[in-house]
Ligand binder design. Structure first.
Ligand SMILES: [Zn+2]
Length: 269
């Protein structure tokens, strides 16, 4: 990153975040959801805003542009994209399933909290848990009132992410982004074995591996990937919701304005 040009770097990050926000705002302003189908516009709008939030958070935190942390954000961005793409394949039905599942998860967590609160001694209630229950319960109740439906705690789409990605035309994203970023997200050996162990140099130790906490340099390629994912999400919204959008996509802003030197990534995902 342009350590010798902090102003140019800061201006780039600021401009990039503006491009992300403007892209969301433009789509939301042009979107004309069917009235009475609030769940569709709430699920779609919320997921698009989530994607924009992740793109902005990674951009404003260059300290995490490394192989330890950036993949956690990028994996979440691929998840967000696949979820949104799948919902857009049958918006009314699938946005309802998506919301219903989230409410079910919240209901389940509330039950755990209530059981925990019940176990506190009667003369010494845990006020922190009671307050948390109160706040979360009122959010859940307000949603349930709007819905007047039974909460189902089963699987929301009934499908694996791989199946959802295949049905929604995101197979490449699944294979070349979701899968590799899942290793670091779940701290699996394919990540840990590369990033957190090194060969011991003692020749008597039969080449075993020992733990290491490596300092990694900041790599703007992680921001570039994030720019591609949020742009892919914006393109998807324009296509599926038939929106004519004119502002440059975040990835175009990145390519035209970044201070990092020539890009070396030619892959499509
Ligand atoms: Zn050793």
């Amino acid at each position: 990153m342009g350590g010798d040009e902090p102003d140019r770097f800061d201006a780039f990050i600021l401009g990039y975040c503006d491009a992300v926000k403007a892209g969301l705002r433009e789509r939301w302003n042009k979107y004309r959801p069917e009235i009475y189908n609030n769940e569709t516009s709430e699920a779609i709008g919320g997921l698009a805003a989530r994607q924009a939030t992740l793109a902005i958070e990674i951009a404003t935190n260059p300290g995490i542009w490394n192989g330890h942390i950036a993949p956690l954000i990028l994996r979440c961005m691929t998840d967000t994209h696949i979820t949104l793409a799948w919902i857009l394949g049958a918006p009314l039905e699938r946005s309802r399933e998506y919301i219903r599942f989230g409410l079910g998860q919240e209901k389940l967590f509330l039950e755990y909290l209530e059981n925990e609160a019940d176990e506190a001694p009667a003369d010494e209630p845990d006020e922190r848990i009671e307050k948390m229950i109160e706040v979360r319960k009122s959010w859940l109740d307000s949603q349930l009132m709007e819905w007047a439906i039974e909460v189902n705690v089963g699987s929301w789409s009934g499908k694996s992410t791989r199946e959802m990605a295949a049905e929604a035309g995101c197979e490449g994203l699944y294979k070349f982004a979701y899968v590799p970023f899942s290793g670091p997200t779940h701290s699996m050996w394919q990540h840990v074995g590369v990033y957190n162990v090194i060969h011991c140099e003692n020749p008597l130790h039969k080449n075993h591996r020992i733990p290491v906490v490596p300092d990694l340099r900041t790599d703007p390629d992680f921001l570039y990937r994030s720019a591609k994912y949020v742009s892919r999400t914006y393109d998807l919204l324009s296509e599926k919701l038939k929106l004519q959008c004119e502002l440059p996509l975040p990835v175009a802003f990145f390519v035209d304005n970044h201070p990092f030197g020539p890009a070396n990534d030619e892959t499509d995902d």
